[in-house]
Design a protein around this ligand. Structure first.
Ligand code: NAI
Ligand code: MG
Length: 489
């Protein structure tokens, strides 16, 4: 880019007019109870917590906190539903219920999108165009498998596992609920789901949908609460399968607690994915892909492209174009349709991100942040990149889970691959080049579960998702996602 064009980009001090999504059609109650056995019930110990809107720190609703007894009640309801109704239903009938859930989510998509953005801080563009449509798509996809399991596992006797305990994080609240619930139900299991404490609202709305769709009581139970509620679910003796998505630290706790038991578990944990950009790549497209991979959705994505490995000969050009593009990103009101980067999900997460910004500089990295304004109230982080960092730096090795990109260079293909693989994680990766053969070589060499070529963060219910090393155990999505909810003989 020559000087005149780059100057043009910055001399414009005009702003987009606000384009807020309306909230008129959305109903958020003051208080939400636990969804157990097909009805909303108060928690035994009477404890509640607040879910706030991270964009303005205001309380959205009071949420029931499930104690051990409540979790036990939910597991019993799920067990009863498994034994008396769900496992006895014809598979095609199970499919019909799951289709119904998918259709209602589609019908109420606007409401779900707005609530997702209010409760979690993600831009409405993301929740409207990605989270909610994909959640519906997962229910549609797995509804289709319900009566075709014999084709999924030819020559095998397929049986459900029983009761699944499912724990999900706050970065894709409804979508993670769909990833967990849809395949479990399709295979004939019943579930107890625990949403994250900062983003329980769309799961509770989903409970309403499930009730209205007429599912037999107890097939899906939703217990809200924090880590102790999750631990009570994991430790419950009558759970046949645990599915967890969240931090590697909690994943490890779960793994240890299950050692020596017969419970089956899948863990989707962290990541530190690299986008590898070669000098023969379409540079502008690559820059857009990098921005999409780490800055949209505040970097709250386990498969985020939080590292950039760029071939030395194009490094200056790519970094300059990235910085220019970062200047144009709008950080602010999640409900504004122009917003690129919404609110950081919680005060705790913002604190964690900020500690990494300090650490990166202490380690000798050069930090660059976009200069745009951020709102006064709420939790915000400007898009940030670090150059001059090396492989041993913690900002290169550890999952930050914020809009923070660590940039390194490489000369040869092998060096790029070695650097990409040199972290404890292996969830995803990206490669940018116009050579098909190089794409295949890199894809084979990367120790990562999902690899995108000349694109990033694309999802489809039919493709499996899962990681190597500390990124987890097992797969979700596609045919592989069924595998995690059946026993085969
Ligand atoms: P977390 O792992 O504590 O939370 C995820 C879920 O696990 C929540 O529903 C939480 O209530 C539950 N949980 C917490 N402790 C538990 C326990 N002992 N037993 C059972 N369930 C438990 O993650 P947190 O603290 O929200 O975020 C910390 C870091 O984890 C983030 O900064 C990020 O690096 C990573 N993370 C990764 C995610 C991913 O998708 N891979 C999602 C969320 C966070
Ligand atoms: Mg919230």
């Amino acid at each position: 880019m020559d000087d005149t064009t780059s100057k043009l980009a910055f001399d414009t001090d005009w702003q987009y007019d606000p384009a807020p999504e309306s909230t008129d059609h959305v109903r958020v109650d003051d208080q939400y109870e636990l969804f157990i056995g097909g009805e909303f019930v108060a928690p035994k110990e009477g404890r509640y917590f607040d879910s706030i809107n991270p964009a303005n720190e205001q309380v959205l609703a009071r949420i029931a906190s499930a104690g051990k007894d409540d979790v036990d009640r939910a597991v019993k309801a799920a067990r009863k539903a498994y034994e008396t109704s769900w496992s006895k239903l014809k598979p095609a009938e199970r499919g019909k219920y799951i289709y119904r859930i998918a259709r209602v989510i589609q019908e109420r998509a606007r409401e779900f999108s707005v609530i997702e953005s209010l409760d979690g801080g993600k831009p409405i563009r993301e929740s409207r165009d990605i989270d909610i449509p994909l959640a519906a798509a997962h229910f549609f996809y797995y509804a289709g498998w319900a009566d075709k399991l014999e084709y999924a596992f030819p020559g095998k006797q397929v049986a459900a596992l029983g009761v699944a305990g499912q724990i999900i994080p706050w970065n894709f609240p409804l979508l993670m609920a769909a990833w967990k619930i849809a395949p479990a139900l399709a295979c004939g299991n019943t579930v107890v789901l625990k949403p994250a404490e900062t983003t329980p609202l769309t799961a509770l709305k989903l409970a309403e949908v499930i009730r209205d769709a007429g599912l037999p009581p107890g097939v899906v139970n939703i217990v809200t609460g924090a880590g102790d509620t999750g631990a009570a679910l994991v430790d419950h003796p009558d759970i046949d399968k645990i599915a967890f998505t969240g931090s590697t630290a909690v994943g490890r706790l779960i793994q240890n607690s299950q050692a020596g038991t017969s419970t089956i578990y899948t863990l989707e944990l962290g990541g530190k994915a690299a986008n590898i950009v070669f000098d023969d790549a379409a540079i502008d497209q690559a820059v857009e892909g990098i921005v999409n991979g780490i800055f949209f959705n505040q970097g709250h994505v386990c498969c985020a492209g939080s590292r950039l490995l760029v071939q030395e000969s194009v490094a200056d050009e790519v970094v300059q174009k990235l910085k220019d593009r970062m200047e144009t990103l709008i950080v602010g009101d999640p409900l504004d349709k122009n917003t690129d980067i919404g609110a950081i999900n919680s005060a705790a997460q913002l604190e964690k991100i900020e500690s990494y910004l300090q650490l990166g500089q202490d380690e000798g990295g050069e930090m660059y942040q976009a200069s745009g304004s951020v709102p006064e109230r709420g939790y915000w982080c400007r898009p940030t990149l670090f150059t001059g960092v090396s492989q041993s730096n913690r900002v290169v090795q550890e999952e930050i889970f914020g809009p923070v990109l660590a940039v390194q260079t490489f000369r040869t293909e092998q060096e790029g691959l070695d650097k990409a693989n040199n972290t404890p994680y292996g969830l995803s990766g990206g490669v940018w080049t116009d050579k098909g053969a190089k794409i295949f070589r890199i894809a084979q060499g990367l120790r990562a579960g999902v690899i995108w070529a000349n694109t990033f963060n694309k999802f489809d219910p039919a493709s499996p998702f899962g990681g190597y090393k500390e990124s987890g155990v097992g797969h979700e999505g596609g045919l592989h996602g069924l595998d995690a909810y059946v026993s085969l003989a």
